[in-house]
Design a protein around this ligand. Structure first.
Ligand SMILES: [Mn+2]
Length: 349
């Protein structure tokens, strides 16, 4: 399998020179982050990214994410143009050497947390979601600001979107997913690109918004819409794993054996008695997931795709981008490398 690391480009305080010193590191996961969703990425930007990675002994062959616009998810007036541009972005990424593209289908907001710098008993800081901080919030009645949410929307736009998704409902969202996949996957196939769907984080509805990428039954449904190795998963252990209903090692074993995992996000999460959760260090002993059983499932099934240490804590006073500092993610990689080696697996260089 291929070890990778998310990098936010030249403004990221973590440098490629730092990343290349992590043992076994191979690939950079990145994107063009400053072009609005739905628009086309300039080829020069992708080529520059590939060149910078190469200069640092790394490979730019995986993208996270090409965003799926609200018009695509809602079936809005700009859907066709946005899907055309999406396909063009896949072609452009492939032209720059990209082999895998991550994306998600979460309505309005990506991941949801109530705090990004919760200090743990050991003094490290991490992202958490506490139900008691969320339960009384109603974005239809009041202005709310949760950390990490897209500030490009006004509160009124957020309310409009929430109402629109309420009318669309889960089956409407499935129809729009189907329309997207039937147009995008053939282009990915032709370009030799694996599309890797990231699950909803957390995997249940928030504020009544439909969220469907949540569980085995729905992952099966998603993969069956277009039965192709290019229609694959980015199996994020921490996102699916904050619901106790999801047996993560079993899901990894099943979808990897089917050849339908392109990318693995490996991180641990600690589920609290009321269903709230805290992100934690990668080590199994720190959280609710059996990380060795997950890595063993990958090794046993001959997984050849990419993995990255997903979010890390903020440790040793690093003060980096929440979830994306260097130190704890590097520790995560070293730990995962150990699990791979102990299970007889191999890192591709
Ligand atoms: Mn993830």
């Amino acid at each position: 399998m291929k070890s990778s690391f998310r990098w936010y480009g030249e403004s990221d305080p973590v440098t490629l020179a730092d990343i290349r010193q992590i043992p076994g590191m191979r690939s950079i996961v990145s994107a063009v982050y400053d072009v609005p969703p739905g628009e086309v990425w300039p080829v020069e930007r992708l080529e520059r990214m590939a060149g910078l990675c190469e200069e640092n002994g790394l490979v730019f062959d995986i993208v996270e994410s090409i965003p799926v616009t609200e018009d695509i998810k809602l079936g809005g007036p700009e859907r066709d143009r946005h899907i055309e541009n999406y396909c063009e972005n896949i072609r452009r990424c492939a032209g720059a050497g990209v082999k895998c593209v991550t994306y998600n289908f979460m309505p309005v907001f990506d991941w949801t947390r109530t705090q990004l710098d919760k200090v743990g008993t050991d003094g490290s800081k991490s992202l958490v979601m506490y139900w008691d901080q969320l339960k009384d919030l109603d974005p239809l009645r009041e202005d709310i600001h949760l950390p990490g949410w897209d500030s490009s929307y006004t509160q009124e736009q957020v309310r409009g979107l929430i109402r629109a998704y309420g009318e669309l409902g889960e089956e409407g969202l499935w129809e729009n997913i189907s329309c997207f996949l039937k147009r995008v996957i053939p282009v990915a196939e032709e370009q030799g690109v694996i599309m890797a769907l990231h699950p909803d984080d957390p995997p249940y509805p928030i504020f009544g918004l439909p969220r469907v990428i949540t569980c085995e039954k729905n992952l099966d449904r998603y993969l069956s819409i277009v039965d192709s190795p290019s229609n694959s998963l980015c199996l994020c252990t921490g996102s699916l794993g904050c619901s106790r209903e999801n047996d993560i090692p079993a899901l990894v074993r099943k979808y990897s054996a089917m050849g339908r995992i392109g990318f693995m996000h490996l991180r641990n999460v600690k589920i609290l008695p009321d269903g709230s959760f805290e992100e934690c260090g990668h080590w199994s002993g720190a959280g609710s997931l059996d990380m060795n059983a997950i890595v063993k499932a990958l090794v046993d099934t001959g997984f050849e795709g990419w993995f990255r240490p997903d979010h890390g804590r903020d440790i040793w006073g690093e003060g980096g981008r929440p979830g994306y500092g260097l130190f704890d993610r590097a520790l995560g990689t070293a730990y995962i490398n150990g699990l791979i080696e102990a299970n007889g697996g191999r890192l591709e260089r």
